[in-house]
Design a protein around this ligand. Sequence first.
Ligand SMILES: [Zn+2]
Length: 426
Amino acid sequence: MKKYPLIALLCLTICTCQSQEKSPFLYTAFTGATLIDGHGGAPIVNGVLVIQNGRIVSIGTRDQVKIPEKAKIIDASGKTIVPGLINAHGHVGDVQGIEGGHYSAQNVRDNLAIYERYGITSVVSLGGDQPEAEPLRAVHADSHSNPPNARLYIAGEVITGQTPAEALTVVEKNHRMGVDFMKIRVDDNLGSSPKMLEAVYRAVIRRSHELGYKIATHMYYLDDARKLLEAGTDMLAHSVRDLPVDEAFVKLLQQKKVPYCPTLTRELSAFVYGDTASFFSDPYFLKEYDQKTIAPLLNPARQQQIRQSKAARIYKQQLPTAMANLKTLSDAGVPIVFGTDSGVPTRFIGYFEHLELEMMAEAGLSPMQILQSATKNAAEYMGLKNVGTLSPGNYADFLILDADPLADIRNLRKISSVYSLRLRSL
Ligand SMILES: [Zn+2]
């Protein structure tokens, strides 16, 4: 029980602080719940989670944690508490209904509110971010009088260019704007557009690292993913979809410890609207998205066009490859980070995250592995500070669930409350 000394220390700190404060409730203690702290160990049954000023003060069993005197006690018996989910690849601010091109600070805020209502308390927006998003970044949340609903990390403009000089102009522009990540795109869109050249992405990666940024990469082909790892990318932001990953690639990923973000729902969105998507009648979808929003996707001509699209057919055919690759890489201990590429038209924010969780389960990952990918792994491998686990000192970002997600990942839908930033409850 390594936790005891730390808890003892925390109790001392609590007692010291308490004597100096005057408010009737300095702390909030959630008692009786099963706590899944995100570290991957056995859940804490009949746990106690104490928070203060939006931070976790202590966590443990009833016997381990001394509840401070001036604590408001919330009985959470029968519930399960998990860290707030982290989407390591989303987008914000651009879409209204199913149409892009509506970027505004208000839309960023609205999108972050939807993410939060679905239990996603941190979002890494990998591109398409405009200067309006900068003040809403997670780094400003503590001092913000009106913080947004989910923590936001941005990548600015997706870096493109035919020459190193052209691409580096975008790197500098993002740097001036104030971003958390850089993002490049190395893809020919199934042969329909020019792909970023190796000399260009090598220059971008080098400069981004000089400036202190991690660099996330949109890729599609196994061969590109390998070259990008060799060139020093810090994240593969999609699945390898063209071929099964080979042993050399698995070894390279293991050695580099670069996170791999499957975004299986990205493929789904390429073909699912060829028919009427079954989730259009799911109340969990309809709680945020109405008939008016989905009406264009019910248009028979549009559906037929998708059914006849060659690209849609290829993406559909290659989804099983992506799922098999996810299982292979997860089994090999490669860090999997949860992400969806939601927030572009027809990839519905919040709901798609829950579809992704289910598709990861379909690919063969256990509920604990999936939960880890969306909490600890996402925070650790993306370098997001103070989120991802229920640990003393971390932000009190967590979900109170009515059912156990380790029994069925779909139980992550059964959110009774979300706590994050301003400690709101649904
Ligand atoms: Zn994306």
